[in-house]
Design a protein around this ligand. Structure first.
Ligand SMILES: N[C@@H](CCC(=O)N[C@@H](CS)C(=O)NCC(=O)O)C(=O)O
Length: 133
């Protein structure tokens, strides 16, 4: 199996969600780090925008399937669907409740914990004034 490519930034928290899922499932992957900004190695540069038109990490490339994904929730869901056939991280059963019990935590992670951690990180890294500008 070829390693997946997880696109990340050295300080960004969102790619960790995908890395945690890959680690837990023992899926081989490599990390490619990008910089902020529109330089050739930047998230807003033309090379990365071809991978993720959103210009943000994480993005995930799977050379085994040819699938390219971005947004941490979409990347995690892809990893679960394709690489968690034994439901290590996925639903414990086949019922609709079992599926919702996984989805609700993924959505909570993406919509609540993720933005909070990012805001906290930016406040720490750049100061509270940065958040108000
Ligand atoms: N909702 C997105 C958030 C992605 C995001 O904001 N990623 C940050 C790093 S953790 C980023 O790429 N920031 C660069 C920018 O906004 O220019 C997700 O969950 O993947």
């Amino acid at each position: 199996m070829k390693p997946l490519v997880l696109h990340a930034h050295s300080t960004g928290p969102n790619p960790y969600k995908v890395a945690i899922a890959l680690e837990a499932l023992k899926v081989p992957y490599e990390v490619k780090l990008w910089q902020f900004g529109d330089a050739p190695n930047g998230l807003k540069g033309p090379q990365f925008l071809k991978i993720s038109e959103n210009g943000r990490v994480p993005a995930l490339e799977d050379p085994n399937t040819g699938v390219v994904s971005w947004e941490s929730g979409a990347c995690v869901n892809y990893v679960l669907r394709v690489y968690d056939k034994e439901n290590v991280l996925g639903p414990r059963g086949d019922s609709e409740q079992d599926r919702v019990d996984v989805e609700k935590w993924i959505f909570f992670l993406v919509s609540s914990i993720g933005p909070f951690v990012l805001t906290f990180h930016h406040a720490q890294a750049f100061g509270l004034a940065y958040l108000l500008t």
